[in-house]
Design a binder for this molecule. Structure first.
Ligand code: ZN
Length: 241
């Protein structure tokens, strides 16, 4: 690879997504055994549809981008053991050298583990900072140096771009990373919750912001990514690639 081929960055998972579903009530909580995250989501909906109490604990995919410097994307849920910092070290990167964090959006499950990265620069779209749920994360952001993204698209550095992909959250950004294998799209919760929805480019008729989301999916597909990292199921090669 010579310089004219452009940047080749890396994208790795810091913590693969997890979904724990509980049927609970009357002092009991029973963890549901499901083969994978989408099956867990279905089980959660089934319990609710039966009129019973259900609880779900979801941990999104957290990524490490290695570009001219390392970036953590969506640190995830705050957990004991500083798992995200430890995972950075597992890739041979000193966690203290990570000075930049990118939040695809401000839902709590993507932001809570920012507690492991105080004092860092945090990129987030300004629209997210105005959402009703943003104040919940205010204390965490106050520990950091917030860089507000604005507009429809932009570049964080060569080979690391973002585009606004609203629908799941108004200010959700999809990250576009040039890697040696091709373009990797970190689409977060823009893509989901079931893999077949994106595979078939359809969503249930009553799905919130259905048309907006489908328009984002067409935008992502048009870029022909070799890999898509959704929020809550494993990274996948889009059908047709
Ligand atoms: Zn999420």
């Amino acid at each position: 690879m010579n310089e004219s081929d452009g940047p080749t960055h890396r994208v790795d998972l810091l913590f693969p997504e997890q979904r724990l579903v509980f049927a609970h009530g009357r002092g009991e909580a029973v963890l549901q055994q499901t083969p994978d995250s989408p099956a867990g989501f279905k089980r959660y909906k089934e319990i609710q549809a039966a009129g019973d109490p259900a609880a779900m604990l979801v941990i999104p995919n957290a990524s490490l981008i290695q570009a001219s410097k390392p970036y953590v994307v969506d640190p995830g849920v705050a957990m004991q053991g500083a798992p995200y910092s430890a995972a950075i070290e597992s890739y041979g990167v000193n966690a203290f050298h990570v000075q930049d964090v990118i939040l695809t959006h401000m839902h709590f499950d993507h932001v809570g583990a920012l507690i492991e990265f105080p004092g860092r620069r945090v990129f987030v779209h300004e629209i997210e900072l105005r959402q009703p749920y943003a104040p919940i994360q205010k204390g965490l952001l106050e520990l950091c140096d917030v860089v507000e993204l604005s507009g429809d698209e932009g570049e964080i550095e060569p080979g690391l771009r973002w585009m606004l992909t609203p629908g799941h959250a108004e200010g959700l950004v999809t990250l576009l990373v040039d890697t040696a294998d091709g373009l990797v799209a970190i689409a977060s919760d823009c893509v989901g919750p079931m893999p077949e929805y994106f595979d078939e480019m359809t969503l249930p008729e009553d799905f919130p912001n259905r048309e907006t989301l489908l328009a984002q999916w067409r935008k992502i597909r048009a870029l022909k990514p070799v890999l898509i990292v959704p929020g809550h199921y494993p990274p996948f090669v889009p059908a047709g690639n």
